[in-house]
Design a protein. Structure first.
Lengths: 251, 251
């Protein structure tokens, strides 16, 4: 049984707790959160605390807190031979280097507390300062049935930027679609099949090849018509810049 | 049996042919394409032609050609009592008004010849100049097992812009994600679960509520780090504008 002390109860921490709790070969022996209230509902499932000084001895300490707090938490940990790993996309592994064994356990996924996560479909990006720590983190990933891959800090940073484009920015484009629908008394749900199909295409076609639309065709009449319909200046600016970017990419 | 003459063999025309061909209550009695070569492989399935003067009498004439050619094709048709309908998102129904019965049969989906389309998941946006034409178009939609809804020309134009945001522009963001992966020796496939989850979320959460990321948190350190990683000026510009747009939307 892999003994985990989980630190943090944000979106990632919350889902990690659920996944480890359900697994048969790992357990959260203790859950720390600065604000104890948040985790009190789980006090029947694990030991909970809001004091770092009270942390128990564990195989892995998973730090799942805001990027800027990782270092502060880390230096207060007395992990001994335990592995200290953070779960952040854009924080280098080095911030944990005061420990003997350390690494990264970065789940490349978007988390909302309201929505279940299928860990079988969740790539875990791993990094560690030595082979045995890597093997332990890999074992934890396998225990959660998640695919995993070795990604160094520089690659992980790039991956995090790519994730911002395909997740945060994409979601914002959905939000703009929703606003346009609302303005014209259209149900946003009518766009769901299109959103699903666009996402599904990347599994079989490179997005470069899958590109379609008036920007690609340089269909000036439609481009102008579309700008007329957009009532918000920011939407117009985005429409223009994304159009130019598509045209630049496709020569 | 609804008799359809299909005009055009682009991505939309191609998939409409497949769907009507498979249906039990409609048939493509004739397929026109300016370039006959494209449809010759289907000459065993239907009558094919490259001459508008040879078109047969039908219940519905579906015009699925480039937006700018719809009017030209339409005025050359002698449809009599048949319904002339185009399949375009941003062309008003009026361009067909020289006919007695006319309308729009707009499939709100992205089409590639390489990828099958599930017509059960394909919203068909319908419009017609009279009730009986509308009922006929609705019947054709039902024959293809597609959900359909009444959308007027103004709404359809807005819907088309929204579709550009959630499909063309979103696909371009995927393409940028792919470029970043390539630059850093990362397999683009690692982003697939994130892309799928981001798209899937809209079914249960409004994208406004689902928004996460450094832009929303105004996490200046990460925002600056990300800009450093982006090597292409256009990617940086998009990063900045999308970040600002998210921040504006969320105050």
């Amino acid at each position: 049984m892999i003994k985990v002390v989980l630190i943090g109860a944000g979106n990632v921490g919350f889902h990690l707790f659920q996944a480890i709790y359900k697994s048969e070969k790992a357990e959260v022996i203790q859950w720390f959160n600065r604000n104890k209230e948040t985790i009190i509902p789980h006090s029947k499932d694990t030991s909970i605390t809001d004091k770092l000084s009270e942390l128990q001895s564990a195989d892995i300490y998973l730090i799942s807190v805001a990027d800027t707090s990782i270092r502060d938490i880390s230096i207060k940990l007395n992990a001994q031979d335990g592995i200290v790993a953070h779960t952040a996309g854009s924080v280098p592994v080095d911030v944990l280097k005061t420990h003997k064994n350390y690494g990264v356990f970065y789940p490349l996924q978007t988390f909302s507390k309201q929505k279940k996560i299928d860990f079988k479909q969740l790539p875990l990006c791993l990094e560690a300062n030595n082979d045995s720590s890597y093997t332990s983190l890999e074992l934890l990933a396998k225990t959660l049935n998640s695919p995993c891959c070795k990604i160094d800090s520089k690659q992980r940073k790039a991956l995090h930027v790519a994730a911002v484009f395909v997740n945060n920015f994409t979601n914002h484009l959905y939000a703009i679609g929703e606003e346009i629908c609302n303005e014209h008394n259209l149900p946003f749900s009518i766009l769901e099949p299109l959103i699903a199909e666009t996402a599904s295409k990347v599994k079989t076609l490179s997005p470069k090849i899958a590109q379609t639309g008036p920007a690609l065709r340089n269909d000036l009449i439609t481009l102008e018509n579309h700008l007329d319909i957009l009532t918000q200046k920011k939407h117009q600016e985005l429409y223009n810049l994304l159009t130019k970017s598509i045209q630049e990419k496709h020569g």
